[in-house]
Write a protein that binds this ligand. Structure first.
Ligand code: SME
Length: 162
């Protein structure tokens, strides 16, 4: 495993292009999902300095807080609630340019202004979501969606403890 992250790129696209193979290599020899979620959170946080980056895992009929980087967050979210619970229910990525315009948004932190939530699939079912919050409006776009879905897919086939 690489000892440290090399952060390189003049654009978001370049940063993701450079980051992706590093995440892949870090995850390669590790099957533990929690460990891999922890390192994905750290890689994204270190590269982009997002306000909050982390995972919620599906446990029964709720999402439960998993590995993350950033301020203390809500621990449990029900299916269909907030951006995370809605992404789980719809089984699709949700980009929220302005959290105040998303009905039912759960404000774990009042500093959060925009958000993206990407579902993680295992055997065709959502087993977790990757949630990223920004303290700025309109932070996330289709570039984030594309790369974060690729990063989330690296957890597929690795779920020893989903
Ligand atoms: N805003 C999320 C809740 C999780 S926190 O942002 C870390 C939501 O509406 O589901």
């Amino acid at each position: 495993m690489a000892e440290s992250l090399v952060i390189q790129g003049n654009s978001k696209e370049e940063l993701y292009q450079n980051l992706f193979p590093q995440i892949k290599s870090i995850l390669e020899d590790e099957k533990d999902t929690i460990a891999n979620m922890a390192n994905i959170s750290a890689c994204l946080y270190e590269t982009f300095r997002f306000w909050w980056v982390g995972f919620y895992r599906v446990v029964g009929d709720e999402l439960v807080l998993g590995p993350f980087q950033g301020p203390v967050a809500c621990t449990r979210i029900r299916k269909g609630r907030g951006v995370c619970g809605t992404s789980w229910q719809r089984e699709e990525t949700i980009i929220v340019p302005d959290v105040d315009q998303f009905p039912g948004h759960i404000a774990c932190s009042s500093a959060s202004r925009s958000e993206i939530v990407v579902p993680v699939f295992h055997n065709g079912k959502v087993t977790a979501v990757l949630d990223i919050d920004s303290e700025l409006l309109n932070t996330f776009d289709d570039t984030d969606k594309l790369w974060l879905e690729r990063i989330a897919a690296l957890l597929i086939d690795k779920n020893t403890n989903p």
